[in-house]
Every structure is written in C-alpha cells, then in structure tokens.
Write a new protein. Structure first.
Length: 171
C-alpha cells in the first residue's frame, strides 16, 4: 500500500520476522524476499561517526536542495542516502557541512550514471526508476545535478551566503 501525504510517499509492506532476517513480498508478489535494512543502517551510522556526525546533516541538506528540482529529475530519499554512503566511504576532506555538501554534489552527477545495487536486498537496484546505464533519464538527472554542483562552486567561490541560500529554495 502506498500513502501520499503532503508530497511524501510512504509505502507499507507486509513483513515477516524470520529469526534475525526480515522478509517482504517480492516485487511480483509470488515469493518472499529477504531484506537486510540493518546492513545499510549500520554502514550509514559508521560513516556518520567517521565524519564527526556531519554526514547525516549533509544528507538532509542535500535532500532539501534536491527537492527543488522538477519531480522527474529528483532522486528518491533512499537513493540519495545510498549515494552518500558510496561518495563518503573514502572521504578525507574537511568535515564541515559546506565542504561535504560541495563534495557530494561534485561527485553526484557521475554517480547517478551507473545503476546501484541494493545492499538491503529489497530490490536489485536502488535506482531502477532511472532505467539502465545509458538511459536518457540518467543523463537528464546527471545534467541537473551537474548544474547544482556548478551553482555550489559559484556560491562558494563568490563567498556569497545569498547564493548558498538560493540553492535550497529554487532551481
């Protein structure tokens, strides 16, 4: 069941606890798929700690900026989180929201060009909605993300607080 509330989409799925595993209905409804949401949550928690608890706030800021894009160019919330885990796995830069946000958007346009496997087992890819590797949807989204990255670099280079604020309120 999918609920839509104030622009948000919430999916309710039947689930069965089987020992330490969680099973949900497969996409075709014919069998149960084992999911491991704790695997992803543990990795996100580990990386957040490694980055002085700045990764989760950075993801929230990024989601706010991404929400300004037209709907067909937006990333899902979970996809954004998975991308952040990938992008920050080996991050060694400054641990400030500004620097981390800039790093995230610098890497993001290339990161969305390749389908990403879903480590939780919920689906094969977290970004199936963008199609295959060379699908036009991936290129359109990548171009939109590259424009955001350029705007962030320009705001940072100009040392303009107003330009930074504009990022979260308009595309």
């Amino acid at each position: 069941m999918t609920l839509r509330l104030d622009g948000q989409e919430i999916q309710l799925l039947p689930a069965v606890l089987d020992g330490d595993r969680i099973r949900i209905s497969s996409h075709d409804g014919r069998q149960w798929s084992t999911i491991r949401p704790r695997v992803f949550a543990a990795e996100l928690t580990r990386l957040n700690k490694k980055n002085d608890a700045k990764l989760v706030p950075t993801i929230k800021l990024a989601k706010g900026i991404l929400a300004t894009l037209p709907e067909q160019r937006q990333l899902s919330g979970y996809h954004t989180e998975v991308l952040a885990v990938k992008i920050f796995r080996d991050y060694s830069g400054n641990r400030t929201p500004k620097d981390m946000l800039r790093h995230f958007f610098d890497k993001l346009p290339d990161a969305v060009r390749e389908p990403m496997r879903d480590t939780t087992g919920q689906s094969l890819y977290v970004d199936e909605y963008l199609g295959d590797r060379d699908d036009v949807r991936r290129h359109v989204v990548s171009d939109a993300l590259d424009r955001i990255a350029r705007r962030i670099r320009n705001a940072d280079g100009a040392k303009s607080l107003d330009r930074w604020r504009e990022l979260a309120f308009e595309e």
